[in-house]
Design a binder for this molecule. Structure first.
Ligand SMILES: Nc1ncnc2c1ncn2[C@@H]1O[C@H](COP(=O)(O)OP(=O)(O)O)[C@@H](O)[C@H]1O
Ligand SMILES: [Mg+2]
Length: 384
């Protein structure tokens, strides 16, 4: 192979005392040096080498440059990494705050609502409710309980109002009853006296009317004062079937146009009751049934009253059915149980109030409802 030509520039360089590598080919190395002792003389020495070695040297040089490059860039990469790290942290922090706020809102809102509602309740409005939340946790349970409590409070408050009103009425009833009762006996006695003295039959009838009407007034007044001073029941074991049977018999005698039927009254049934008060209950119900029949022109001559007793689970039931046309339509069912609610000309409206009060005092329940053509009253008391 032809040796590389040595350029003037290379010679010039060698003149300055440097050793110059002159070969551009990859398979050899050649150096040029100026000899100091001899004028204008240069020594050029060369030798062949394995081109692969040259390649490797080149590649190592390349790698080392790349490494150096990277080493220099390290700071930059580190800085970039820190920036990305900080940005990521900030992002996560932001998301956490947002999520936290969202949850806090969900948590705080129901509490705020509770406080607002409590304040309204405090100022007397018992109709307000805390809006229920969709979750099924302690908070929703708390809201549910809170709302139920408010509802109970409202019911109790209206119950209390009713009781207060009743108590006020009771007081008035007691006074009026007392004031009316006092002159009744002298009136009665005077009328009796007149009746005996009068010879004329027509006059006697007038006197008799006074006596009868005074009787009506007396029984009404008695009903008032009975209700007002209804004492706590004195319980004893009584044959309930006999008590009912005797009463049916009693009312049968004075109402022979009405058909009385009974069920189960021949079997002895013992109950722990106040005999007098329970008689009052059954009497009031039978009286109402009789009055419903005598006032109902359609069934006046075909009146039926049925009294039955039966046991079911741990309760005793007394049921009185009639065909007197049913309860008045323009009254709510529980309204007619209130005292002084009556549809009758000389009614007191106390009958059912007394029934309910006594049955409750016996730890029982009282129901009254319409049936076909009439009314059904049901007493439920616990079996002893
Ligand atoms: N068996 C019944 N059939 C139809 N209506 C009845 C019956 N029992 C009660 N009622 C209605 O309920 C009202 C209240 O009854 P009550 O409390 O006994 O008072 P009162 O008999 O003095 O009217 C009655 O006026 C009547 O309208
Ligand atoms: Mg009555």
């Amino acid at each position: 192979t032809t040796p590389d030509l040595i350029t003037d520039f290379e010679l010039f360089e060698a003149d300055r005392g440097e050793i110059i590598l002159t070969s551009k080919r990859k398979d050899r190395v050649r150096a040029l040096v100026k000899l100091k002792e001899v004028q204008n003389t240069y020594l050029s020495i060369g030798r062949f080498i394995d081109p692969q070695l040259v390649n490797q040297i080149d590649s190592i040089k390349e790698q080392s440059r790349a490494y150096k490059n990277l080493y220099e860039k390290r700071k930059q990469i580190e800085a970039n990494f820190y920036i990305v790290f900080i940005l990521m942290s900030l992002l996560i922090l932001l998301i956490s705050i947002l999520v936290g706020l969202l949850f806090a809102d969900n948590f705080i809102n129901p509490i705020t609502n509770l406080i607002k509602t409590s304040n309204k309740i405090k100022s007397g409005n018992l109709s307000v409710r805390v809006p229920q939340i969709s979750s099924k946790d302690e908070m929703s349970l708390l809201i549910k309980t809170f709302n139920e409590m408010t509802k109970m409070l409202k019911i109790q408050k209206s119950e209390l109002k009713k009781q207060e009103r009743n108590a006020a009425w009771l007081d008035i009833a007691k006074r009026i009853a007392h004031e009316i009762k006092n002159p009744l006996t002298p009136i009665q006695l005077s009328a009796e006296y007149l009746k005996n003295k009068l010879k004329n039959k027509k006059d006697k009838i007038y006197a008799n009317t006074i006596i009868k009407k005074v009787d009506v007034i007396e029984s009404m007044v008695n009903e008032f004062s009975n209700f007002a001073k209804l004492p706590k029941p004195k319980f004893s074991i009584i044959k309930l079937n006999k008590l009912c049977y005797d009463l049916v018999l009693f009312y049968k005698k004075s109402n022979n146009k009405i058909t009385f039927t009974t069920k189960n009254l021949n079997k002895d049934l013992y109950a722990k009751i106040d005999e007098l008060q329970f008689s009052m209950v059954i009497s009031n119900l039978i009286k109402n049934s009789i009055e419903s029949i005598t006032e109902n022109k359609n069934v006046r001559f075909n009146g039926k009253i049925d009294l039955s007793i039966y046991l079911k689970k741990s309760n005793i039931y007394v049921k009185i059915n009639d065909n007197g046309g049913g309860l008045p339509r323009n009254y709510q069912k529980n309204k007619i149980l209130e005292p002084y609610v009556t549809t009758k000309k000389s009614g007191t409206g106390l009958g059912l109030a007394i029934v309910q009060k006594i049955v409750h005092e016996h730890n029982g329940k009282f129901y009254i409802d319409n049936i076909k053509n009439g009314t059904s009253a049901l007493i439920e008391i616990p079996k002893t």
